[in-house]
Design a protein. Structure first.
Length: 506
């Protein structure tokens, strides 16, 4: 009897294995036939699609099992999306991959996440940004707008990515370890992009990069025979801003209360990314470091350090502004021109803003999202707004959403900053506090520098800022968890600390 049971089990196992192998064999044969037919017809791109199809299906299953994978995929891909077209021919709209990944992650989250987890959306940061999103949504019926298709493409960077990523982060990546993972990924990609920029500076550009320069990029990226390094980002301005942002955050972490090995790593990131910023030849990102440095001095709450820092900053500013020291160095000279009020580029921007002020005086809701800049040139060529350069993020918001939208947008950014500052002031854990100071200082630096360039809505900087916004609102919860843990382990230490906090608040 026992032998019969064993025989039946083995038979069932063999049959089951044979069945699975048979299905797999049929599947491979079908794929082979389809690939052969497709290649015979000459459509290699379609054949490539069939080859990667199993991986795509596997990824879909993975995301629906764990939606956090989708959000992390968005974060990784945002470093590559804007420049990928230079290296992969075929005119694939890589930016829309971000949209697809976000929609996929949203759907997976709806199906996977419990009602309890979804309550995490009940956070002020979501409602603050939802108001801004609603305003941009209303812009689709702006009577001044000439193209709804332009609105669709342009609104993604203005508010659509924002209103998807904030709730996803609140639900899927709301722990302190998630914040630390975001910083690690951000720094690793920044190092990769910086080293690729060094390669570009030493060995020159690839064929695809050369074509991009010849198609118009050289106008702003090859100045006096010198190449402004752009790595695999959209342009040198975005690369410079991203490098300055990483430099600032890494520097503030390098001076924090962390183990030696960790601080050495942060110093390494600071040095590498600062040189990447310098090679970009971008002037505006200098204000990322200047604005973020000021915010750091304000957040540490030490008057003596604030004064010393202000003095050092004043000396560096004076050296750039009032002397010619280092002018023989191209990178230093480019930084210096950013402080020159008579700079030709700055004068052109001022003249453009004067023209726009006249045009927008009777248009409080603006000309419609997507009406200016590259989207305006593509979807409404010949219009006034499509022919005026929108070099500043705030000028873009002003032109496309009017003075009403500009005031609302700046108010939301400042409100997030104000709440974040209050929360950071109250943090008790020194390591958490230093990391949040680094993130908030970077946030403020980007907000300040966006006056000179369209930084806020660009990848990957915008994505890092979206995560930062959420963590500015969640950090106090993590601090309370740390305090409760310490209280459970050592009540005699935690209670006086709590008393001190209560006295300070009252």
């Amino acid at each position: 009897m026992v032998n019969n049971i064993k025989l039946n089990a083995l038979s069932a196992l063999y049959t089951n294995k044979f069945y699975k192998d048979g299905i797999a064999l049929i599947g491979f044969l079908l794929i082979a036939v389809i690939l052969g037919f497709t290649i015979a017809k000459g459509t290699i791109v379609a054949a490539g699609f069939y080859i990667v199809l199993p991986f795509i299906l596997g990824f879909l299953i993975w995301v629906f099992k764990d939606p956090k994978v989708g959000l992390l995929a968005v974060f990784h891909f945002c470093f590559l999306a804007n420049g990928l077209g230079r290296y992969v021919p075929g005119g694939v709209p890589w930016g829309l991959v971000i949209d697809a990944l976000l929609v996929l992650t949203v759907l997976a989250t709806i199906f996977k996440v419990s009602k309890e987890d979804s309550k995490r959306m009940n956070n002020p940061i979501f409602f603050i940004m939802f108001v801004w999103f609603l305003y941009t949504l209303i812009q689709v019926v702006n009577p001044e707008a000439r193209s709804k298709e332009a609105w669709f493409y342009a609104v993604r960077g203005v508010s659509l990515y924002l209103i998807q990523m904030i709730p996803l982060t609140l639900i899927l990546m709301n722990k302190r370890e998630d914040m630390e993972k975001v910083i690690k990924i951000w720094f690793i990609w920044s190092l990769i992009s910086a080293f690729y920029g060094f390669k570009m500076n030493i060995f020159g550009v690839t064929g695809g990069e050369r074509k991009w320069l010849d198609d118009g990029g050289s106008i702003t990226h090859e100045i006096h025979g010198r190449l402004r390094i752009f790595s695999f980002y959209s342009d040198a301005g975005q690369f410079g801003a991203a490098m300055a942002h990483t430099t600032l955050a890494a520097l503030l972490l390098a001076v924090g209360p962390f183990p030696k090995k960790q601080r050495y790593y942060y110093w390494f990131v600071t040095a590498v990314c600062f040189w990447g910023y310098a090679l970009s030849g971008s002037r505006g990102p200098l204000f990322v470091i200047a604005g973020g440095g000021f915010m750091y001095l304000l957040l540490i709450g030490n008057f003596r350090i604030l004064m010393v820092g202000a003095l050092i900053g004043g000396i560096l500013f004076s050296l750039l502004k009032f002397t010619n020291i280092g002018s023989s160095n191209y990178q230093i000279q480019r930084m210096r021109t950013g402080l020159d009020p008579n700079d030709a580029s700055l004068q052109v921007r001022i003249e453009n803003q004067k023209k726009l002020a006249v045009y927008l005086a009777t248009r409080p809701l603006g000309g419609g999202i997507g009406s200016g800049g590259s989207w305006g040139a593509r979807f409404s060529p010949g219009s006034f707004l499509s022919e005026v350069a929108l070099d500043s993020w705030y000028v873009k918001i002003w032109v496309e959403t009017g003075i009403v939208g500009l005031v609302l947008h700046i108010a939301t950014l400042l409100l997030v900053l104000f709440v974040g500052m209050i929360k950071v002031f109250k943090l008790r854990d020194p390591e958490l506090k230093q990391k949040m100071i680094a993130l908030i200082s970077g946030y403020f630096g980007i907000v300040v520098a966006s006056y000179g360039n369209q930084i806020l809505g660009q990848m990957p900087t915008g994505t890092v800022i979206y995560f930062t916004m959420v963590y500015m609102f969640l950090c106090s919860e993590w601090d309370d968890e740390i305090y409760r843990l310490k209280q459970a382990q050592s009540p005699e230490i935690a209670e006086p600390l709590a008393q001190k906090v209560r006295v300070k608040i009252s």
